[in-house]
Each structure stands twice: as structure tokens, then as C-alpha cells.
Design a protein around this ligand. Structure first.
Ligand SMILES: C[S@@+](CC[C@H](N)C(=O)[O-])C[C@H]1O[C@@H](n2cnc3c(N)ncnc32)[C@H](O)[C@@H]1O
Length: 337
């Protein structure tokens, strides 16, 4: 069978199975099997598939038709122009999450301008946290964009952290990312955090896991965070794309998501927005005055999340829509109170 026929048949099979973006999926699977790029594919439509490649393609197409995400079959997904390893242990990085990086870098540039420095910052000396790092796409991208920054990447999933560590190594930034197994920012307490942070990216878990991991809000409250002194606060920037889908929405999710992506990465609770209150309270306790919190929002999270910033701890609160017009990123600046 030649390449053109294989592609045509693959497209037909996936269309028949109601696979979303079936043409792209068939093309990506064929490219993966051949180990070629798109330019080669369209330059060599008559090339014959080796029998073992044809067999692998048939198997991949069958799995895709049965609902497995393309990225689980190819093992990769591009984010911010970088290739990330993806396994069933991590959320597949989404294009809308790139807005988080844009907003974070824009806000840092504004800080530089305010300080009468050139807007393009190398991030020298910045301390950043990525809460719920998953594949590490945000931590790694920020480490690449800000070569002077140090990053703490937390997740409750040890399996996800293993993938994130490999992605950091793949992109040459492992030495500047400390991976920490903990809930939210639990292992980055504001007081003494400067002395307690792990010295290497192979840091062992900092917190114990006596209770089963569920996404209950953190016990910290805005009042506790207000009591934190300026000097003890550590971080310049916190980014997070927390789990924000409501469990009650599960039946409406595409099967690729519902059946194949990790529950811990999807569901924030029954409603979806349950993790934000704890995260925002902890962020208030960890951010330096002028520090930035940049959060991804679920499609309907804004009404529940925006009021959590009506508190003297925060200023310059702004919402950015994604390309579909959905309020997707909320950014806020920590005051000096
Ligand atoms: C929506 S995924 C985001 C992954 C990645 N940052 C991205 O944007 O693609 C959420 C991640 O948060 C982790 N997570 C869930 N609950 C958490 C919690 N309470 N504390 C820290 N991480 C949590 C999940 O394991 C998952 O990796």
C-alpha cells in the first residue's frame, strides 16, 4: 500500500468512527509510524509502506477509532512551539493554556517598564511556581522564556511529576525547576520557605500523604494570608491551570477526555471551581508585594472566581479571553498589605 492510499483509508476509517479532526488525526498517526514530517508525506505520495509500518498504522487507527487520543498514541503534543512528552498520566497540553504564558510574560514586562528597565526580561532572580504542573508544559516554557528564573513545579500526582521531569530534561531546563509532590503550594510555606526549598530538581516529596488525595480547598484563608509579613513572602509569579471541570459535567465531555485523561487533572470538585479559593489564599501568602498570580479559568468559572479577588490583598485584576471569546485567564497583582 502506498502513502496516499494509507492516508485516504485512514481518514475514511476515522471519519466513519466520528473522530474529531479525523483528517489531522490520520495524518499525524501516519507521520508517527513513518517517522517523517508533513513535507515528506506530500512530496512522496507513491512511497510504499513497509509491511511492519502498515501493521502499526492499522493498530493505531483502530485504537484512535475506539477513542484513544492521538497524543497518547504518538506520545507527544506541541505547546508554545516545543514538543512535550505526553502519557495517560498527564493532561494533554491545550492551546488555550498558551494564553497563560502570554499573560504572565506581558505582566512581567509591564513590571520591568514600571521599574524603568527594558521590557524583555531574562527573569534574573525571579522565583516562580507552577501549581499542578502535569506534563510540565507551563514550567518548562517559562524556564525557556526566562533563563534567569527558578521554578517550583508542584503536583499531587507522582506519575505526572515523572513526565514533567523528563520534559524539563528534554528541553535542558531541569536544573532550574524543582519538582515537588504536594497539594497546591503546601510545600512552599511563606515563612522559612527560602530555607526549605529543595536544592535539586530531584527533590523528594516534601509533604506526607496521609490522607487520600482529593481536591478539597486548601485550609488556608485570606485572613491567614493577610497576616503574613512582606519579608517572609517568596515568589514573584505563580501560574496555574488547576483542574476546573465539574464532576456533574463529566457526561458531557468527549470520550477522549472522559475515558483517557486523568481524573485528577480534570475535575476540581462537583462544581469544578472548588480549588480556586484555597489556591488564591495560598498565593496571597506566598507572593511578594507586586508578585503576580495568573490562573486559567474553566469556561464558566469566572463568576465564582472573580469575587475571590475582592480583597485588599489584590490589585490590577484583569481577565483575558481565549480565541473562542471565553474568559480564560485571570491575572492579579499582590498588594503590599
Ligand atoms: C488541568 S491539569 C494542568 C496540567 C498542566 N499544568 C497544563 O496546563 O497542561 C491539573 C494538574 O493539577 C494536578 N492537581 C490536581 N489537584 C491538585 C492539587 N490539589 N494540588 C496540586 N496539583 C493538583 C493534577 O494532577 C494535574 O496534573
Amino acid at each position: 500500500m502506498d502513502v496516499r492510499t494509507a492516508l485516504k483509508q485512514g481518514i475514511a476509517q476515522l471519519r466513519e468512527a466520528h473522530v474529531p479532526s479525523y483528517t489531522l488525526a490520520a495524518e499525524l498517526l501516519l507521520l508517527h509510524v513513518l517517522g517523517r514530517d508533513r513535507a515528506w508525506l506530500y512530496a512522496h505520495p507513491e512511497a510504499e509502506l513497509a509491511p511492519q509500518d502498515a501493521e502499526r498504522l492499522v493498530a493505531f487507527l483502530a485504537r484512535r477509532a475506539a477513542g484513544e487520543p492521538t497524543q497518547h498514541l504518538t506520545g507527544k503534543q506541541e505547546f508554545w512551539g516545543l514538543e512535550f512528552e505526553v502519557t495517560p498520566d498527564v493532561l494533554i497540553p491545550r492551546p488555550e493554556t498558551e494564553h497563560l504564558v502570554e499573560v504572565a510574560l506581558d505582566r512581567l514586562a509591564v513590571r520591568e517598564i514600571r521599574a524603568s528597565r527594558p521590557p524583555k526580561t531574562q527573569g534574573a532572580g525571579l522565583l516562580i511556581a507552577d501549581v499542578g504542573t502535569g506534563s510540565g508544559c507551563l514550567a518548562v516554557t517559562l524556564a525557556k522564556e526566562l533563563p534567569g528564573a527558578t521554578i517550583f513545579a508542584t503536583d499531587v500526582s507522582a506519575a505526572a511529576l515523572a513526565v514533567a521531569r523528563r520534559n524539563a530534561a528534554r528541553h535542558g531546563v531541569a536544573a532550574r525547576i524543582h519538582f515537588i509532590e504536594c497539594r497546591l503550594l503546601d510545600a512552599l510555606p511563606p515563612v522559612g520557605a527560602r530555607h526549605d526549598v529543595p536544592a535539586s530538581s530531584d527533590a523528594s516529596p516534601v509533604t506526607s500523604h496521609e490522607s487520600p488525595v482529593t481536591n478539597h480547598p486548601s485550609p488556608a484563608t485570606p485572613h491567614e494570608s493577610q497576616a503574613t509579613s512582606h519579608e517572609s513572602r517568596l515568589l514573584d509569579l505563580i501560574v496555574s491551570n488547576p483542574p476546573y471541570i465539574g464532576r456533574r459535567e463529566a457526561p458531557t465531555l468527549p470520550r477522549e477526555v472522559r475515558e483517557h485523561e486523568p481524573e485528577l487533572a480534570l475535575y476540581g470538585g462537583e462544581e469544578g471551581y472548588e480549588l480556586y479559593a484555597g489556591l488564591i489564599a495560598q498565593a496571597a501568602a506566598c507572593l511578594k508585594p507586586g508578585g503576580l498570580l495568573v490562573l486559567e479559568l474553566g469556561h464558566d468559572s469566572l463568576p465564582a472566581v472573580r469575587p475571590l479577588f475582592d480583597f485588599p490583598a489584590w490589585t490590577n485584576v484583569a481577565v483575558t479571553n481565549d480565541l473562542a471569546g471565553i474568559p480564560r485567564v485571570l491575572a492579579a497583582e499582590r498588594t503590599n498589605r
